[in-house]
Design a binder for this molecule. Sequence first.
Ligand SMILES: Nc1ncnc2c1ncn2[C@@H]1O[C@H](COP(=O)(O)OP(=O)(O)OP(=O)(O)O)[C@@H](O)[C@H]1O
Length: 261
Amino acid sequence: MEIEVQNLTFSYGKQPVLQDVSFSVQKGTLTAVLGANGAGKSTLFRCLLGFLTPQAGEIRLSGRPLSAYSRRETAEKIAYIPQSSEPIFNYTVIDTVLMGTTGTMNVLQRPGRRQQEAAMQALQRLGIEALAQRGIGTISGGERQLALIARALVQNAEILIMDEPTANLDFGNQQRVLAQIRALTARGYTVLLSTHNPEHALHYAHRVLALQGGHIAADGPTETALTPQLLQTLYGIQAILAEVPTDRGTVRSLIVTEDME
Ligand SMILES: Nc1ncnc2c1ncn2[C@@H]1O[C@H](COP(=O)(O)OP(=O)(O)OP(=O)(O)O)[C@@H](O)[C@H]1O
């Protein structure tokens, strides 16, 4: 197993956020983490990244306890990809990606040819190599999100943690970014991403992990775990899963049936 979480309990103060949470994630899979606002998705991610220390329980990455990893080893194993927002500095795309290599270098080292090549390769893998010399503030939100993913790829981490990677993206870029993320799992990357859009989980995720009230409300393959009952439990919304015929076969789609009047 790439990630194993056993009886994880975390609270910021007296208020427990995660209680006795256990799950495991296989290598090369895309897991969509669902849950209402405040359900604990980011908290779970911060625990997995070693930013927060749980009060109880254990996290294992590739069979080894996270607590046994040094900071550098953690950075080489697991990378965090934040939401794409307006950047403060207008670094070039390639320099932004190169920042991902700093964890693998000494403090005084500057990126060399090997790092430059790795950065270009990551841009190529995501189809945005033509943007290498553009300022990160002059490209679109979707392109910037892909650049942030490229930065995580050069970190050489096999596990990618993404906080709502499609927030702020238009409809087309949401699909393009998710398709690129899904393609990474076919290359052996393990991805956990949070999303507020269950359709994204339905179409792109191998697995769904849903949090509610500090506990796991669902955990399993998307086909079986993502049900109308789960959406009712998580969001208090009535929906049905419809089988829609398309020219590439039947596709499942969520339709909200709740009367919002
Ligand atoms: N630094 C903090 N100090 C105290 N409480 C916090 C802190 N960060 C989060 N919380 C609380 O912990 C709970 C879980 O927050 P978390 O950010 O993990 O939820 P989330 O599922 O990521 O939410 P969202 O979907 O709104 O981003 C919330 O009740 C939140 O108010």
